[in-house]
Design a protein around this ligand. Structure first.
Ligand SMILES: Nc1ncnc2c1ncn2[C@@H]1O[C@H](COP(=O)(O)OP(=O)(O)OP(=O)(O)O)[C@@H](O)[C@H]1O
Length: 261
């Protein structure tokens, strides 16, 4: 199998994914992500953002379509190979902060580095640097239960950045934060990614939070659309009414979506 001839570090073509219970999540999504780019994936709830990120990150396997990362056909890899790829090349941030309760904050942030084989002292130094950038270094010796919810999320973000992944997948990373804090954390995240050449795929519900991205891709009912008019409920087969289908991955580079209800 030969990688598609383009410059994208990450590429998906015609992804189809449905959940075990048959719920359709992605229906032919194609996109490319350039190295070092911050790409926002927006769309209303249930539009397929999480499913897309999970397929791109190798957490889920699409039933049809392809995912390529840096010349590797991710969709053909087995479970262990995908886990290895994620451990060494990818970072992931969930909307809900999940930390290991028995470990301190810095140990949590250093964990992915140590799993990659970095020594404890070096991993600690790197973790503390990122905790400082996320403004939670004062909590380094605390346990997660002693932190506020929003502080725990900052620790999760620091943990994802500590390894300086090739691609960081951030699924609504500022969902637990209030607006001012959310804007500041997103700025920190995107600035850190840019300064370290990390490619970011960022799922966010609306265009407001996508403002810091280089480019925006919009989903509706598991499909890419150019412009989003929240439609009357779509039928199961055809494209949603009001959604203008986006072209293939080759039509990227347009301005961010407009969102009108
Ligand atoms: N674990 C699951 N089992 C079955 N169906 C699911 C599951 N997770 C999501 N779905 C369905 O898959 C579709 C896409 O969901 P997905 O979570 O990818 O969308 P989303 O845009 O990330 O939404 P949200 O903003 O609510 O997280 C929706 O119809 C959703 O109901």
């Amino acid at each position: 199998m030969v990688a598609p001839p383009d410059n994208d570090v990450l590429r998906a073509s015609a992804l189809h994914f449905q959940h075990h219970d048959g719920s359709p999540a992605l229906q032919g999504v194609s996109l490319g992500v350039r190295e070092g780019e911050v790409l926002a994936v927006t769309g209303p709830r249930g539009s397929g953002k999480t499913s897309l990120l999970r397929c791109l990150a190798g957490l889920d396997r699409p039933q049809r379509g392809e995912v390529w990362f840096d010349g590797v056909a991710v969709h053909t890899l087995g479970t262990l190979a995908r886990a290895r790829l994620r451990r060494h090349r990818f970072g992931w941030i969930d909307p809900v902060p999940v930390l290991v309760p028995e470990l301190t904050v810095w140990e949590n942030a250093a964990l992915p580095l140590m799993l990659r084989g970095t020594g404890r002292r070096r991993a600690r130094r790197a973790a503390l640097e990122w905790l400082e950038r996320l403004d939670v270094d004062g909590r380094a010796r605390s346990r997660p239960h002693e932190l506020r919810h929003s502080e725990r999320q900052r620790v999760c973000i620091a943990r994802a950045l500590t390894v300086v992944p090739s691609v960081l997948f951030a699924d609504e990373p500022t969902a637990p934060l209030h607006r001012a804090e959310s804007a500041q954390v997103l700025r920190t995240l995107t600035a850190a990614a840019r300064s370290h050449g990390v490619t970011v795929v960022l799922a966010c519900a609306g265009p407001r939070r996508a403002g810091l991205a280089d480019r925006t891709v919009t989903l509706l009912d598991g499909r890419r659309v150019r412009t989003l008019h929240l439609p009357p409920v779509a039928g199961p087969a055809g494209p949603a009414e009001g959604a203008e289908p986006a072209g293939s991955a080759g039509t990227e580079g347009r301005p961010a979506c407009s969102l009108s209800a």
